[in-house]
Design a protein around this ligand. Structure first.
Ligand code: NAP
Ligand code: GFB
Length: 303
């Protein structure tokens, strides 16, 4: 990747897992502030932008803050696209998420399903902000002929995640909880029934796929990025995490918590046609590597 590729959100779970590119975060510029961000990004003279920056959080954080998720993401996305246009940035990747697809579709999601029905209520603020990112990217492409497109990752996990137990996603939240339960000899409490099903992708795999797409994909449409052959129930995820962390205590399911979307299965055939033989990191291996990384970096991780 040429050094003139800027990666916004470069300190986050996805952005930090890119091997090269100029990684920026809010210490370089607040993307909520157009002028500050325009001047900083102009100084790098980018010819491509991989836009990872967003307000991101797990199910329970989304349930609590629909307005904040909507407003912050709408503002950041509008600013970065306007800056890209003003600077004549040739290539741009925007990040959506499989949780923004219509809820209860009854079949695996395809890229063309994005706007055909309302998203799950638990994260409607985030979901509509992301859907407007897709609409805005389409409008810039149509009006100015830019090579801008969106990737639609499923649940991502890996190094440099947000391991905060209250606002993080399920994998980092459970890794942190297991770490605490092991050290304090406590029970491990899982939120919900464990029946919800998810697909997961290792952040390093997602970053490598995006790097390839930036340099080889000339299409206009969005692309689902998932390993859709490996959908598992949260309960199975818990069993793997207990195994790889060698947790020996009790596991309790607190069913007073919502499960969120029960299913968000994807059809990744479009990605598979572009990336024939990509080897996704097996979930057990990725979870073991992430748990060990968390243990070895406990003092510095976001929690
Ligand atoms: P993350 O770990 O929370 O990182 C967010 C990044 O955005 C951080 O580098 C943060 O910088 C930056 N950022 C936030 N607000 C900013 C602001 N006002 N100005 C400048 N930078 C700001 O998020 P992530 O999990 O890597 O997600 C990356 C992208 O993937 C997002 O667009 C997300 O919607 C998408 N995605 C994530 C998942 C998932 O499971 N994590 C799934 C599907 C899609 P600071 O640290 O300086 O605040
Ligand atoms: O990653 P997560 O928080 O978000 O996963 P979603 C929630 C699922 O994990 C639910 C179960 O089925 C929960 O019942 N779970 C069990 C837990 N224990 C815990 C726990 O301690 N913490 C958390 N967080 N979950 C998100 C969207 O949906 O997907 C976001 O809300 C984002 O907008 C993300 O796009 C990728 O997968 O449900």
């Amino acid at each position: 990747m040429s050094k003139s590729c800027i990666i916004t959100g470069g300190s986050g779970l996805v952005g930090s897992n890119f091997k090269d590119g100029i990684k920026i975060n809010s210490s370089h510029c607040d993307l909520m502030n157009y002028d500050e961000s325009y001047n900083k990004i102009k100084s790098f003279n980018p010819d491509s932008i991989i836009h990872c920056a967003a307000m991101v959080g797990g199910l329970y954080y989304n349930i609590q803050h629909p307005l904040k998720f909507f407003e912050k993401n709408i503002q950041m996305n509008s600013n970065i696209l306007k800056i890209s246009h003003e600077l004549g940035v040739k290539k741009f990747i925007g990040f959506l998420s499989t949780c923004i697809f219509p809820d209860n579709l009854g079949r695996p999601y395809q890229e063309t399903d994005l706007h055909i029905g309302p998203p799950h209520d638990s994260n409607f603020g985030y979901a509509y902000a992301k859907r407007m990112l897709e609409v805005k990217i389409r409008a810039y492409r149509k009006e100015f002929g830019y090579k801008y497109f969106c990737v639609i990752p499923t649940n991502v996990y890996g190094y440099n995640d947000n391991f905060n137990i209250d606002n993080g996603h399920v994998v980092p939240a459970l890794i942190h909880k297991i770490y605490n339960a092991k050290n304090n000899n406590e029970d491990l409490v899982i939120k919900g029934t464990g029946k919800a099903k998810r697909e997961f992708i290792f952040a390093r795999d997602l970053a490598n796929i995006c790097n390839y797409l930036l340099n080889h994909y000339d299409g206009d449409d969005s692309i689902i990025v998932s390993d859709s052959d490996n959908e598992i129930a949260i309960k199975e995820l818990v069993d793997i995490l207990v195994e790889v962390s060698n947790f020996k205590g009790n596991v309790i399911y607190d069913t007073s918590y919502s499960d969120g979307q029960l299913v968000k299965k994807t059809d990744n055939s479009k990605l598979k046609n572009i990336l024939e033989n990509f080897e996704f990191t097996p979930l057990e291996k990725g979870l073991k590597k992430t748990y060990e990384w968390f243990e070895n970096n406990y003092e510095e991780v976001r929690k």
